[in-house]
Each structure stands twice: as structure tokens, then as C-alpha cells.
Design a protein around this ligand. Structure first.
Ligand code: ADA
Length: 886
């Protein structure tokens, strides 16, 4: 019996009834305790009338039942009392009994259980996003419609997903979207802003209601996430503005529209939470503070006022592309119930010893003693293979508590986030697998340790052995081998990325591999600042390692050579274990074979990668020794790496549709993902083969040259192009030595790459750039590229180059990559890297944020441009050696 007015207790009672019926019991439900000789179960919430009325006579001591979502179960004679601290506790108590009955097949005779979760929020998320942009729209702009998201309207799928969540005791579900409001609310002041048809609007109301009711029954809080500042497409068209624009200031119109959208949302869906991302389309941190305090919070308050409520619902602030601690400091005086969220180790899973500057942000946010949520974000280094290392996950959750001080979790799908609900697997029948099914162990392990991270490791091994034995119908020993395969492979991608990667962001898809040029000259690819310090234990990166080797200096921390030895060993042990398990598998054989294939893929990847690293170490050594013998030694390693990559191609070609689910030009490493290309290993192989061929050719040339040197390719001057300026025409200068770009002595050009020498730059006043940013409006009749020089400095007065880690739209004009590295020197300013922005014919605008940046002129888009490292470095710096691979 349960409290009929309490949907969660009722849901728990229903689940118990289902389980007991399947075991042959006959069930009668009631909301009043009746005398009976049969077994009786009472499910309720501490302190309610229902509980007082029906459990009073039992005189159960519940003084220790205080923790949120906690429960206790007691048996007295024939009655089992399940008492929750709150409604969710009652539900979880009932589900605990369900699990025990399922496990033992019997109704337990005597129960004395107390339990409660350690992390207060245990959430999963779903992206209302797609692998590609919708035509005519920008990143994150996906209106809720049945055409774009057929699965969103599938009630059965939702039930399956919500059941999976509650089975794992997860209590929060986040929906991620750029601007969901125009799919969900109508504003009387802006009726034209709605971006779905009336029919779809109604469907959205229905499914949102359905979802929130069903989620609530299962103790799940639905939270809508949104980015800022984005407006709907019809709204933008109405006012002839862009839907999003990182460099635009806050205007009264943008603020009013957003504030009203939020108010309407709160009024209509008072039980849905809001998670706010103060980015990626806001200009500065000052604007973030202003937007949060003057638009978002007032919007929530307006909504509450319309409802006649005063109690503040929680608002979750993401610390992404903003200064979370600062925004909190300025906002807490205005609104008390703020939670925070920050990515655990960025957009990849890299370590259980996090630290560095990102760790500091976590610590600061945790120290506010509100709820701080660790976001295990996109798993850019785990896509697409199966991941399920309970050991790694448990250690990670411990680190969230012990190192970051956090008390909540927000978990992304293990793979295929942008392609949800499907996984990337190709099956024989062509049927797509559901990610939630495929990655059951991912959800289960995180949720299990979010509930209790301190579980005893030996007991855990037994627990997972049992689980795997029952899933695959194997012996305990074979199950233990499957677990071992998961745990060995579970180390490979984290270790590889943290030691050799350019970024944890989904700018890089690790499991497609990396080019040798990226290993020996990572800075050309812009190593994401903070990544290596924050996402792994201290250690040496390849360049530092090579330098210390050559200078015979002592090494320290985690070393590249150590990591490649470890990952190949993990791969070997994992394959050995999974192969041993195979004979014992009697259930779900097809899935087992897919898992086995993934384990083999991981080994091939580790072998491939470590051969590349061995070659890179020798090439870097050559940069000191100038001894061609070092390059000769590198060659067989590169050749071997191709063999392993071919194996990877064979293992994946019939098993995977793609490696990465984000299939746009936002992916840059190992190679651009423009137009959905380069997402499979088969597509990458020719690129790696070309790299090998280039290396061989350069090696031959080196050998036949007299002085051991070869002519490196000198660039030819780029062909300039003309445009017509609209409004204001900036002053111009010739890009040649002696020109003072800011009119000051320190800004005199002293060295210029040949490519840039015919250009006409545009002059800007230093202070204007620092205070207002850089803006140009022009018309062009042919496609052009604008050549922009970014100073190689992360100091505030210089504009930072586009960073896809915090600005997903940062490659909209193809500007994300460095085209010419170290291409210009000025007398006393940092050296300059060149990026180019492509503009199609028509009227165009360039809006860059605040800080100094050089606008070096327009060139014809229709010419061959070869990216390279020009090598105008500062004294004492070492020239890059990546030319050997081009
Ligand atoms: C980066 C990333 C996006 C998204 C975003 C975020 O911009 O490229 O895909 O994950 O961060 O919201 O954190």
C-alpha cells in the first residue's frame, strides 16, 4: 500500500507489484492499512498524514532518517515498512526492494536497510541538437519539431529512457538547446518570434507535459538548458539582426525579448529547471554579469510573480565561456538559490587526478556551499567505441568529491551525443542501436558511484562480474575477463589524450588518430591553454621530453615513453581477456562480438599511436642532432603505424558509421570535418599515407643534398583583392618592413613572410581596438579572404584567436586554424600568426571582439594557399620540424 496522492510512492508501489506478480504473488493495492495475514508493504514519506496514520502503531524509530532522498526499510511481523525522507526516498526504498526480489527471486523475510545518495543531483542529458547545422541556421539552433527530432515525440522511447534513469537512481534530466523558448512559449509582445507551426507548438506542449509528469513520478527533475544570446530566426528576420553574434553588445531589445521569454517559460512550466550558459554568443565577462543579473534573473522573477510565488526555484549557472566565480559573486546578492556547473575535464574523459586552473574553478564554485555539478561533457576522446571501466569511473567520482569538492553529477551520453538516440554502430540488418541500450554500463557505473563513491573495490569487482555474467550468460571467470577488458581499454583514450592531445575539446576526435606534424609541432594547432595542466597528472609533453633527453636533463612526472608503453600493454591485456571470455558467452552474442571488436579497435589504436610517438621522438631528436640516422630510424615506425591503422580501418569499416557525431567544420583535429567529411578511419588512411610519402620524399632529398639541408618551400606572395567599404573606409598601410602598424616605434614591422608581402593592411587605433573591438563593413563581388594577424600572446590587451572550445561558431568563416604560424615580427610586440576569414560575394561584416589584432588586407579566395610554419621565432626558441611531413 502507498500514498495515493504521492505519485513517486505510487510509482514505486506499481514497480513492486509488477515484480512480485512476475514472481507469482497476488497483489492488492490500497491506501489504508488493513488487518491481514498476508505480507503487507507500506510505502510512504516521513511525516506525512499517510505515514502517521499507517505506520504509527509500528513505532519505528526514524530519527536518523534525515538525508535527502534517503530511505529505511524495516520488517515487523508480516509488514515491511518502506519509509522515505521525502517522496523520492519512498520511491527509492520501494525500488531497493524490487532489486532484492529480482536478485534473489524471493521476498526477503527480514529487512533492515538504511541508505541515501552521496551526490545530491545525478543527472543525464540529451542534446536537442544534430550532427550538422540545419540549412540557414547556426550552431545550437534547432527548433523542436517532429521533422528534426522525431524521437522527441515518441512517448514509448521516453518511458524506456526514464525507466533506465530511475533504475539507476538518476534524478535530473537536462535538455540542451540554443534557444528553446520560441518552440515552447508565445509572447504577446513578440507574436512573430515563435518558430514552429501551431500544430507543432501543440505537440511540444503535449510532449513537454507528458515528459515532466512521467519524470516527476520517477523522481526526475527536468531542466532546460539554453545558450546566450540567441534569438529565434523569425525574430531576427523581423528586426534584421543576426540570431547570434558573439561580438554584439547587449541591446534593450535583446534583453526585453529574452527576459519575457524566460518569464513566460517559468510561468508555463514552473516545475522545469533552467540551466543558463552565458555564452557562447556574448561579448565579454562584464556583459555576462550584466545579462545574468539584469535579464535572466529578472525574467525568472517576472515568471514567479505571474505565478504568485515567492520561493526561488534553483537556477543553474554554467561556468562555460564565462568567469563562473565572478558571475556568482555579483549575482548571489540578488538571487540566493543558484547552483553551479562546470565541465569535469572539458569535453573528454582524461584523468582521475584533475588539477590546474580548471580544478581551481571547481574548487571556488564548490566552496560557495551551494550545489556544484560536475559535467562529464561530450566525450570527444571516447567516441565511438564502448567505454565501461567501473574502476576509472569510481576513481573519477571520488576525485569530483575529494579534489573538486563537488556534490553533483551531470552525465553526457558516452557517444553519439549529436546523433541521439542512436549509437554509431553499423549492424548487419542496418537497424540502428539505441545509445541508452548500448551504453548501459556507462550510465550504470556513473550512477552507482554518484550514489556511493566509497564502495569497496573488491566487492565492486564481484558486483560487476555478476552483472556481466548475467548479461552475457557466462561463467564468473569469463565475466571477470570482460570486466578486465573494459578496465584495460578504459585507460587508453584518457592517457593518450592527456599526454599527446592538442585539446580536450570536440575540436579533436582522438580515436581517428593524429598527424605526425601535430605531434612534433602542436602549437601550430593552438594547444588549448589550461588543458594539459588541468586534465592530467604533471608530466612532460613530447617537445619537452625530447629537449630534456637531448640535454641529458632529468625527467619528471608522466612521460610520453611511459604512456605509450602503458597503452600498448593495456591493449594487449584487454584483447587477451576479451578473447578468453568469448567461448563462455551464451547470451547476447551479437553485442558481445561488437564489444570484442571495440576492444580490438582500442588495441590497434594504441599500437598505431605509439608507433607514431616513437617516430616523433626520433624526429625531434633529429632537430637537435641533425643526424639523418635519427630520421632513418623513425621511418620504420611510421610505416608500422600505417599497418596498424589499416587494421583499424578493417575493424571499423563494417562496424561504424562514423567516429565522431559532430560532423561539422568545428572539428579540426586530426583534420577538418567540413561538410561531414573525414569521419571514418577509411577516409583518414590516405591522409596518413600521404604523410608517410612526404616524409620519405623529404628524407631522400635530405640524403642527396650536399650540406644535409633541403630548400624548404618558400611561400609566394598571395594575390590581393579589392572590396568596397560601406559606411567608413579605414586608413591603410603597406605590409612591408619599416611600416609602423599602430604608428608607434614598438609596432614597426621587422620581418614579414613572403606570402604577405603584397598586401595592403588597414589601420586601427590601438585604444579603439581595445575598447570597442574591430569592425568592418564591405561589399565584394568575388569571394575573398581577409588576412588577420593574431598576436601570439594571451594577455588581455591582445585579441585571442578563435577558440572552438568556447565558441562553437568560431569557424563560420574558416578562421579557426593558423594558416601561417610565426609569420611576422614587430619591433617590440609578440610575433604574429595568420588566420584567414572567407567571405562570399555580397554585403559582409567583420566584427571582432576587444583587443589588438592586425587586419592585413583582402586576398582572392580562389588561389592555392599552403598552410605552414614560417618560423619567425624569438631568439632562444627552437624552429619547428613539421616541414618534414609536408
Ligand atoms: C564547445 C563545444 C560545443 C559545446 C560547448 C559547450 O563550444 O565545441 O560542442 O560542447 O563547448 O556548451 O560546452
Amino acid at each position: 500500500m502507498s500514498d495515493a496522492n504521492a505519485p513517486r510512492a505510487k510509482y514505486g508501489a506499481e514497480k513492486l507489484a509488477e515484480t512480485l506478480t512476475s514472481k507469482g504473488f497476488q497483489i492488492t493495492a490500497s491506501d489504508k492499512l488493513k488487518k491481514s495475514k498476508d505480507k503487507v508493504i507500506v510505502i510512504g514519506e516521513k511525516g506525512t498524514d499517510f505515514w502517521k496514520k499507517n505506520a504509527k502503531s509500528a513505532k519505528i524509530d526514524d530519527s536518523k532518517l534525515t538525508k535527502k532522498e534517503g530511505f529505511q526499510i524495516r520488517t515487523q511481523n508480516n509488514i515491511t515498512y518502506i519509509e522515505g525522507t521525502d517522496a523520492t526516498g519512498a520511491l527509492y526504498g520501494a525500488l531497493e526492494l524490487v532489486d532484492r526480489i529480482k536478485e534473489s527471486g524471493k521476498f526477503p523475510s527480514e529487512l533492515n536497510i538504511d541508505d541515501s545518495p552521496e551526490m545530491v543531483l545525478r543527472g543525464a542529458c540529451i542534446g536537442m541538437q544534430k550532427p550538422v547545422y540545419l540549412p540557414g541556421r547556426d550552431v545550437y539552433e534547432y527548433p523542436y519539431t517532429p521533422e528534426t527530432f522525431p524521437w522527441f515525440y515518441d512517448q514509448k522511447l521516453w518511458i524506456k529512457y526514464l525507466d533506465m534513469m530511475v533504475d539507476n537512481r538518476m534524478n535530473s534530466l537536462y535538455l540542451w538547446n540554443g534557444h528553446p523558448f520560441a518552440s515552447l512559449v508565445k509572447l504577446k509582445e513578440y507574436p512573430f518570434a515563435v518558430e514552429v507551426s501551431d500544430e507543432d507548438f501543440k505537440k511540444n506542449e503535449e510532449i513537454y507535459k507528458f515528459l515532466t509528469v512521467e519524470a516527476n513520478k520517477r523522481g526526475i527533475w527536468v531542466i532546460q538548458m539554453f545558450y546566450n544570446i540567441i534569438v529565434s530566426k523569425p525574430f531576427a528576420e523581423h528586426y534584421n539582426i543576426k540570431t547570434q553574434d558573439r561580438s554584439r553588445p547587449i541591446t534593450p531589445l535583446l534583453s526585453d525579448y529574452t527576459r519575457k521569454s524566460i518569464a513566460a517559460f517559468i510561468e508555463k512550466y514552473p516545475n522545469v529547471g533552467l540551466m543558463v550558459c552565458l555564452g557562447e554568443a556574448i561579448n565579454t565577462v562584464d556583459d555576462d554579469v550584466e545579462w545574468f543579473t539584469k535579464t535572466i534573473i529578472p525574467g525568472v522573477r517576472d515568471g514567479l510573480q505571474a505565478l504568485g510565488k515567492t520561493e526561488e526555484p534553483p537556477i543553474i549557472l554554467r561556468s562555460h565561456d564565462t568567469d563562473g566565480p565572478l558571475v556568482m559573486e555579483k549575482s548571489l546578492p540578488l538571487y540566493k538559490n543558484l547552483y553551479t556547473e562546470s565541465k569535469y575535464t572539458g569535453e573528454s574523459l582524461t584523468t582521475y587526478t584533475p588539477g590546474g586552473p580548471w580544478g581551481e574553478t571547481h574548487k571556488q564554485l564548490s566552496s560557495l556551499k551551494s550545489i556544484h555539478i560536475e559535467n562529464v561533457h561530450i566525450l570527444a576522446n571516447l567516441e565511438p567505441f564502448r567505454y565501461g571501466s567501473p574502476d576509472f569511473i569510481q576513481k573519477t567520482v571520488k576525485a569530483m568529491h575529494n579534489i573538486h569538492g563537488a556534490n553533483a553529477l551531470h552525465l553526457y551520453p558516452q557517444a553519439s551525443y549529436w546523433d541521439w538516440p542512436y549509437s554509431a554502430d553499423k549492424t548487419k540488418t542496418g537497424e540502428r542501436l539505441l545509445e541508452m541500450d548500448r551504453d548501459w554500463i556507462w550510465y550504470k557505473a556513473w550512477a552507482r558511484y554518484a550514489w556511493d563513491s566509497k564502495r569497496d573495490r573488491n566487492e565492486e569487482i564481484k558486483y560487476w562480474d555478476n552483472d556481466l555474467a548475467s548479461k552475457y550468460g557466462t561463467s564468473q571467470e569469463a565475466a571477470n575477463n570482460i570486466l578486465k577488458a573494459y578496465e584495460e581499454t578504459g585507460e587508453i583514450a584518457p592517457k593518450t589524450l592527456r599526454r599527446f592531445g592538442i585539446t580536450e575539446g570536440n575540436r579533436q576526435t582522438l580515436l581517428l588518430g593524429m598527424f605526425e606534424s601535430q605531434l612534433v609541432n602542436p602549437s601550430k594547432w593552438r594547444v588549448y591553454p589550461g588543458f594539459h595542466e588541468s586534465c592530467g597528472p604533471p608530466g612532460e609533453l613530447l617537445l619537452e621530453y625530447a629537449k630534456k633527453e637531448w640535454n641529458k636533463e632529468p625527467h619528471s612526472g608522466e612521460l610520453p615513453t611511459q604512456i605509450i608503453a602503458e597503452i600498448t600493454e593495456h591493449g594487449r591485456l584487454a584483447v587477451e581477456a576479451i578473447d578468453k571470455a568469448e567461448a563462455s558467452v551464451t547470451k547476447d552474442k551479437e553485442e558481445f562480438l561488437r564489444l570484442k571488436n571495440d576492444v580490438h579497435c582500442y588495441k590497434a589504436f594504441a599500437d598505431f599511436f605509439s608507433e607514431k610517438v616513437k617516430a616523433a621522438i626520433l624526429v625531434l631528436r633529429y632537430s637537435y642532432s641533425n643526424d639523418i640516422a635519427d630520421l632513418d630510424k623513425a621511418l620504420p615506425h611510421l610505416e608500422k603505424s600505417i599497418e596498424y591503422y589499416e587494421l583499424l580501418v578493417n575493424l571499423t569499416k563494417d562496424h561504424y558509421w562514423y567516429a565522431n557525431s559532430m560532423q561539422t567544420a568545428q572539428r579540426r583535429i586530426p583534420i577538418g570535418g567540413d561538410d561531414g567529411n573525414n569521419k571514418t578511419w577509411a577516409e583518414l588512411l590516405p591522409h596518413y599515407e600521404r604523410e608517410l610519402a612526404n616524409f620519405k620524399r623529404n628524407l631522400e632529398k635530405l640524403k642527396s643534398s650536399k650540406d644535409g639541408k633541403i630548400e624548404t618551400k618558400e611561400g609566394k606572395p598571395w594575390k590581393p583583392a579589392e572590396v568596397t567599404f560601406i559606411d567608413e573606409k579605414p586608413g591603410s598601410y603597406l605590409v612591408k618592413t619599416g611600416t609602423k602598424v599602430y604608428g608607434t616605434d614598438i609596432s614597426e614591422l621587422t620581418k614579414i613572410a613572403p606570402e604577405l608581402q603584397n598586401l595592403k593592411g588597414f589601420s586601427f587605433v590601438e585604444n579603439d581596438q581595445n575598447e570597442k573591438g574591430t569592425h568592418l563593413k564591405f561589399r565584394n563581388t568575388k569571394a575573398v579572404k581577409l588576412v588577420v594577424g593574431y598576436f601570439n600572446s594571451d594577455q588581455k590587451r591582445f585579441l585571442l584567436p578563435p577558440s572552438l572550445e568556447t565558441d562553437a561558431a568560431g569557424n563560420a568563416h574558416g578562421q579557426a586554424e593558423v594558416i601561417l604560424a610565426s609569420a611576422m615580427n614587430l619591433k617590440d610586440l609578440p610575433r604574429v600568426n595568420i588566420h584567414t576569414y572567407t567571405f562570399q560575394p555580397g554585403e559582409n561584416k567583420l566584427d571582432l571582439g576587444k583587443g589588438k589584432v592586425l587586419i592585413l588586407g583582402f586576398i582572392d579566395a580562389d588561389q592555392n594557399i599552403t598552410p605552414r610554419d614560417v618560423g619567425y621565432i624569438d631568439a632562444g626558441e627552437k624552429a619547428a620540424i613539421d616541414w618534414l611531413f609536408y
